[in-house]
Design a protein around this ligand. Sequence first.
Ligand SMILES: Cc1cc2nc3c(=O)[nH]c(=O)nc-3n(C[C@H](O)[C@H](O)[C@H](O)COP(=O)(O)OP(=O)(O)OC[C@H]3O[C@@H](n4cnc5c(N)ncnc54)[C@H](O)[C@@H]3O)c2cc1C
Length: 524
Amino acid sequence: MSARYDAIVIGAGHNGLCCALDLARAGRRVLVLESAGQVGGAAQTHSFAPGFQVSACAHLLHGLPQSLIQEFKLQDHGLSFAATSMASHALNPDGRALRMDPPQVAGSELPPADAAAYASFRVRMARYADVFATLFSITPPRLTLQSWRARWDMLRLALRLRLLGKAPLRELLRIGGMNMYDLLDDNFHNPLLKGGLAFDATLGADYGPRAPGTVLTWLHRLAGQQQAGARGLAQPQGGMGAVCQSLASACVAAGVTLRLHAAVARITVQQDRVSGVLLADGTALEAPVVLSSAGLRSTYFGMLGVAHLDTGFVRRVRNFRAKGLVAKLHLALRAKPHFNGLDDAALGGRLLISPSMDYLEQAFNPSKYHEIPQHPALEITLPSINDPALAPPGQHVLSALVQFVPYALGPDPEAAKAQLLENTLATLERYAPGIGALVLASELLSPADLERQFGLEGGHWHQGGLTFDQFFINRPVAQSHQYRSPVPGLYLCGAASHPGGGVAGWAGRNAARAVLQDGGRHGT
Ligand SMILES: Cc1cc2nc3c(=O)[nH]c(=O)nc-3n(C[C@H](O)[C@H](O)[C@H](O)COP(=O)(O)OP(=O)(O)OC[C@H]3O[C@@H](n4cnc5c(N)ncnc54)[C@H](O)[C@@H]3O)c2cc1C
């Protein structure tokens, strides 16, 4: 059986869907193929115990531009929010929590000097993040800046940097490659405040707060958050899967054909250019353009095959680092838990267990030796507080990101996971006494589980580390950094590409633009 499309998109995660939608809106006949039985990839809602639903990987929406929601009319396609502008609460076991509600921070023990420093720090960083955000929509240029578009993009970036003013620009150049630990130590005294801020710089990254490059990851996150505008940190109604459901609905309305349970086994090549795909069930589908939102290695090694690539490129792909350090914990709770020092309203926010930067660094250290942390750092949400339909009446769901959990869990991964669950519950118990007795069911997904279940390569937040050597012009690897690949007609459109992951859609949209610029006849 054979059919023909202008473009085939592999993967119905949010990037694949954004890419398909942009192509369809430009008049292309698009087919999206998803191996799983539902759309969403690492942004989906799933059931982990009877009556309990949770966002399986990503659980908070912070980087999806408001402009994208409006342009794609996602609210007409069912997207709504159970909570917006959610505050973050940095927790102490003794209940002295800090409420971080950008641009303010409040807490009974917070020195006034830190509160004032926080406000001015956020203003300064917001200006840098604003410039940083310019990068998101830019296709990383070739070093020779061959196209007028690339020259214009770089000029625009240089202008944004220049407009910062001399002193702020000098400061940005000073801190850009720094570590978050030193930056926060330069600005604040309160350990809890520093621990809470540093947490965000390491979330989904491959390192602790003392590593160079952590300011970069923090600015990356902040730049994404600023695209959300007044919505701020948000919880979609029905979980993160609702974002992708609305994107899928918009795709179908725009004429995209979407097939679930359709795993691509091969990307086919004829006369040195892409000719389509072969599904695992043997179905051949033709298209002059194939875009993959799957991981780098599964695209190039698994589906395309190294026979089509030169050895230098193969080596670069092999060396691309993608080993996630975030595990996901889901708890079904028989009743609402109580956290020391928090009122009921705060339970609908984002709770952080990272009481100091040293705590965070110590939670990171064992991962260097493929070991699990005794005292993990946690980002916790109780989604059923804002969206009661996620749990049976009166009961609740807890969703937590658990840092730092290595991809390789040693000779007995199940035993390591059991120990990690015990360590995490013991940590939670210190902040929420009695929570252990409320647990009806639990699910703990290690990075390797996340890869197996949701196709996220390396179980990594960004489908590959977001470090200086894997960022912008270096992302994912040379000869594949402009969404195009060494094989004409094959493009990348997922988080492995610039500007990385988080539910934001940039990689998918930038890839669609590359295809349209090439006129669907990619031959360079
Ligand atoms: C534990 C965890 C927590 C996170 N929390 C957040 C958060 O709170 N907020 C946030 O913004 N981001 C978060 N992220 C990051 C975010 O989830 C990802 O960066 C983002 O979802 C990646 O989207 P994508 O579309 O690029 O790729 P994916 O979502 O990975 O989509 C790729 C799709 O391709 C499909 N696929 C792969 N191979 C094939 C094949 N051969 N044939 C057909 N289909 C195929 C997969 O099934 C998948 O659906 C988190 C990530 C993790 C791991």
